[in-house]
Design a protein around this ligand. Structure first.
Ligand code: HEC
Length: 111
């Protein structure tokens, strides 16, 4: 197997296997951009809060990836938080939730 194949395989295995379709490396970069630009417009460019609450790991502690991905997909009716279902698959929302819980969106994000 070539090096590239190994890379593709490890991306597949490291991805949200349980959530179905893997999120490709290219799509991961798109999602990171979406989170900084779109989520950041309400939650703050460094996710420290704005119109929406901070999305740092310390703020999300105790919340599950399932809760966060549902929040991303459905939004919260009656609040400014929109649902992103038209733009995102469940696997993608789950990947984003895991990334937020890890605090891995921005180098300086920390907890
Ligand atoms: C138009 C503004 C807006 C945008 C854009 C937005 N949010 Fe929100 N978000 C909110 C508001 C306001 C809340 C608080 C809702 C409430 O509970 O009243 C919220 C709540 C949340 C919560 C729940 C936090 C908690 O601690 O329970 C998560 C998770 C979240 N947003 C993630 C995202 C993600 C990821 C994106 C981008 C895909 C995003 N949001 C885009 C306004 C926004």
């Amino acid at each position: 197997m070539t090096r590239l194949n190994w890379l593709a395989l490890s991306c597949l295995l490291a991805g949200p296997v349980l959530a179905g379709n893997p999120v490709t490396a290219e799509r991961q970069q798109e999602l990171r951009n979406l989170m900084i630009q779109d989520c950041g417009s309400c939650h703050g460019l460094t996710l420290r809060g704005g119109l929406g609450p901070a999305l740092l790991p310390s703020m999300l502690r105790g919340k599950s990836a399932a809760y966060i991905s549902t929040m991303i997909l459905e939004g919260r009716p009656g609040s400014a938080m929109p649902g992103w279902r038209p733009l995102l698959s469940e696997a993608e929302a789950h990947w984003m939730a895991e990334l937020l819980l890890r605090g891995d969106l921005l180098p300086e994000q920390g907890s």
